[in-house]
Design a protein around this ligand. Sequence first.
Ligand code: FES
Length: 149
Amino acid sequence: MDLDDLYQEVILDHKRNPRNFGPMPDANRNVDGFNPLCGDHIHLHMKLAGDVIEDVRFEGEGCAISTASASLMTEALKGKRVEEAERMFEAVHALLTEEDVDPDLGQLGKLAIFSGVRQFPSRVKCASLAWHTLCAAIQDDGDEVITTE
Ligand code: FES
């Protein structure tokens, strides 16, 4: 199976059965992320204990790529320190936007499949919506809606 097949399979799997989807009553960070190009939105809930992401969940309506990205992101972030999460964000951002990034970057694991999105510039915002929302949650931007413009 090559990376393109894996991409299709993983995206569809996480769209049909998103992980960590639903409310989190004891979250201490809640941020809305919004893609103004299509109207899709996610609500990210996070429970930070010191600088450790104890739990992270999401809700909302989005396309297959944005839902799968949020689902895979939440899987990857649980138990991580904020510093590691920020490094992951930078690696994902580079993967989505820079031509010469190696998709086998060790720290990204399954997230490396998003290198396929780079071929479709209009979908980069779909894949990065959850990650931009995460950044706002880490920076404690409160309940403000953010955009990916
Ligand atoms: Fe709206 Fe992908 S089409 S986030």
